[in-house]
Design a protein around this ligand. Structure first.
Ligand code: UD1
Ligand code: UDP
Length: 359
């Protein structure tokens, strides 16, 4: 049985690696890896193939950046001949990025079955481009691989067939479990011993000049209480420059390049507090038991709040600072690790394909 995996953006790599590595153990499963090129900087892409021990992509579509329409259309146009050439039994797509939905639409019309890893997550906020990508991808997928019970409930509510849904656990956490012993301190001068770790890249936070100015001001204020370490996403770096905003320098705010996975893992493990709008970071903070404040009004990962250490603090900076002060003052909430976030999700997915290959 032939699986063709699609990856494109940073969070795809951590989710795909455990499936690819587990499926490689089965002589019945053949694999092709396609990188769309949605992310292309060394620190947003290549470094993860090395650190996660992934095979190099068989094909790189080289689509690069663009508006949603341009990027989605480019992926569709470039992935179609690849799917026709390889004719896989299954297209395997990950998460909620443009590469996910674009390739799923093409496969669907070619009659190629689709497996969606991280199915069923919903923020119920359609202003988020990822929410559109999640809904559409799930709707046309044949195998819905959910990381948590809320995903299953959402899919059933939307009318997905019970038999197409499988609770497999969290693939991103597989990678964390495997690599947490290899986490390594970033090679950056003057990193503080105790710090707040920040990541931000959601358009709702960084594409609006008023909102981003308020965030920069809040980070400068927080940095005066406890140093802020901020590995900055290229979208955010661009916007800060474009809007003429200024983050304080060390010792208050340590602005870093996007970090490799092992370095970022080290930063998460050692952070007194994580402040983020990332999806994956909410999950990783939950697994690591590190207090996390998510600067969003909603999350498609509610289990990180109901069970884990995550808390939604919205986009009002007065509230963000008050909540950060509370955590730093010792009022962090303890958390638990959600069911099946255990390092075995990739193996469970490979076992499903293996069973189908032998049927
Ligand atoms: C994308 C995903 C988002 C995910 C995020 C992870 C969509 C709709 N968005 O957002 O869900 O959370 O990746 O990081 O798929 N850029 C570079 N170098 C790169 C990649 C991007 O400089 O290697 C810059 C470009 O200016 C680009 C901008 O970042 O225009 C945004 O990139 P894009 O892939 O469109 O969206 P992300 O914000 O990265
Ligand atoms: N990450 C990383 N380096 C960084 C920031 C994040 O390796 O500088 C990892 C993080 O550990 C997680 C993933 O990237 O595994 C999350 O991706 P991102 O926040 O870009 O996307 P999202 O999860 O919001 O879609």
């Amino acid at each position: 049985m032939k699986l063709l995996h699609i990856v494109g953006a940073r969070p795809n790599f951590m989710k795909a690696a455990p499936v690819i590595l587990a499926a490689a153990q089965s002589p019945r499963l053949q694999q092709v890896l396609v990188h769309t090129g949605q992310h292309y900087d060394e620190k947003m892409s290549d470094i993860f193939f090395r650190q996660l021990g992934m095979p190099q992509p068989d094909v790189n579509l080289g689509v690069g950046s663009g508006s949603h329409a341009v990027q989605t259309a480019e992926i569709m146009t470039r992935v179609e001949p690849v799917l026709l050439a390889h004719r896989p039994d299954w297209l395997v797509v990950y998460g909620d990025v443009n590469s996910t939905v674009a390739s799923a639409i093409v496969a669907s019309k070619l009659g190629i079955r689709i497996a969606h890893v991280e199915a069923g997550l919903r923020s119920y906020d359609r202003t988020m481009p990822e929410e559109i990508n999640r809904i559409l991808t799930d709707r046309i997928s044949d195998l819905l691989l959910a990381p948590s019970d809320d995903g299953i409930e959402n899919l059933l509510r939307e009318g997905a067939a019970r038999g197409s849904i499988h609770m497999v656990g969290n693939c991103m956490i597989d990678t964390l479990v495997r690599l947490v012993p290899s986490a390594c301190r970033p090679d950056a001068a003057g990193l503080p011993g105790r710090f707040i770790l920040v990541t931000l890249h959601r358009p709702s936070n960084v594409d609006d000049p008023v909102q981003l100015a308020a965030i920069v001001d809040a980070l400068n204020r927080l940095g005066a209480r406890l140093p802020v370490v901020f590995p900055i996403h290229p979208r955010t770096r661009k916007r800060i420059a474009e809007f003429g905003l200024k983050l304080d320098g060390p010792p208050y705010v340590h602005l870093l390049e996007p970090q490799g996975y092992l370095e970022f893992l080290w930063l998460q493990k050692h952070a007194a507090l994580i402040l983020t709008d990332s999806g994956g970071v909410q999950e990783e903070a939950t697994y690591l038991g590190v207090p996390c404040l998510t600067m969003r009004e909603n999350t498609e990962r509610p289990v990180t709040c109901s069970l884990g250490t995550n808390r939604l603090v919205g986009q009002d900076m007065g509230r963000v600072i008050a909540e950060a002060d509370a955590v730093l003052g010792g009022k962090a909430r303890p958390g638990k690790i959600p069911p099946l976030w255990d390092g075995g999700a990739g193996g469970r997915i490979a076992a499903l394909f293996e069973t189908m290959a032998t049927a």
